[in-house]
Write a protein that binds this ligand. Structure first.
Ligand code: 2AM
Ligand code: CA
Length: 266
């Protein structure tokens, strides 16, 4: 088992505190599927509860740090200190539909060094993917490494499809039109944080999505990098996080996919 810094311990404690309640609420959501009103209000409560638990735990550990959180927005802290970036429930739509594919995402954003720590925790499988800048990416004590597939024809590529009128569907479908005929499969599982963690774990060979928020991407961004992958925006620059536009892949495939993406958007 690899040793990690105290910050990873703090993040782990926060996700483990929020997870049992999320699991219980998820069980309840499955019962509510048949009710006429549906579980929407209940899920937004579950989301808020998880956020409150996580924020309380992180603030308690580092009282002077700021936070950027999906529901509560920006909570100011000492600007010379790092801040937490938190998504208490990534994959809310899955949760709402009783689909057990969602995660908690927490990252540390340092004013000088950028994202230095990241954790994506999947409550239903009890998998905690974490990374520390310069110290690798890990899950359950095992080092993560992006896949070594080099033929697009063998690859599974994950994506996020623009939904409910958000995002640029024309752009997405152009990229899809260029990538889909070349690869073994495309997946849309609905949690960007887990998509990135799974690229880091070599389960997916690549991932693309735009219109993402910092809390969807921050932890997964570091996981991919520390697992030896490449993560850029669609132009191939290092601004994926700021732009919320992500092309992530193993080191052997990124430039080939980037060419396909660039050509399709020309
Ligand atoms: P969320 O679950 O925290 O909202 C995947 O496309 C990303 O978009 C997810 O990380 C998800 O984060 C966000 N998202 C928001 N609304 C969505 C929807 N209706 N369907 C799919 N993803 C959605
Ligand atoms: Ca999210």
């Amino acid at each position: 088992m690899v040793s990690h810094s105290g910050l990873i311990t703090v993040m782990e404690r926060a996700v483990r505190k929020a997870a049992p309640r999320l699991r219980r609420d998820f069980g309840e959501v499955q019962n509510l599927q048949v009710s006429r009103k549906g579980p929407a209000d209940f899920v937004s409560m579950a989301d808020k509860q998880a956020e409150e638990t996580i924020v309380a735990e992180l603030r308690n550990a580092r009282p002077d740090w700021g936070l950027l959180v999906e529901e509560a927005g920006e909570i100011k802290g000492d600007p010379s200190k790092p801040r937490w970036i938190v998504d208490p429930l990534d994959g809310t739509t899955n949760f709402l539909h009783g689909i057990p594919h969602f995660a908690i995402s927490i990252a540390v954003d340092d004013p000088v060094n950028g994202i230095t720590h990241g954790m994506v925790y999947q409550p239903m499988t009890d998998e905690g993917f974490w990374a520390e800048k310069g110290r690798g990416a890990w899950v359950q004590g095992n080092r993560l490494r992006v896949s070594s597939r080099r033929d697009l024809a063998d690859c599974i590529v994950s994506t996020g499809i623009p939904f409910l009128g958000h995002g640029d569907f024309t752009q997405w479908s152009r990229i899809f039109g260029a990538v889909a005929p070349e690869v073994a499969g495309i997946r849309r599982f609905g949690s960007a944080a887990l998509d990135l963690a799974w690229v880091a774990a070599g389960r997916y060979d690549a991932f693309w999505e735009s219109g993402l928020k910092p809390w969807d991407v921050a932890a997964g961004y570091l996981l991919v990098k520390e697992a030896g992958g490449f993560i850029t925006d669609y132009r191939g620059t290092d601004r994926a996080l700021e732009k919320g536009e992500v092309l992530a892949a193993n080191d052997l495939l990124h430039s080939r996919l980037h060419k396909l993406v660039a050509t399709s958007l020309r």
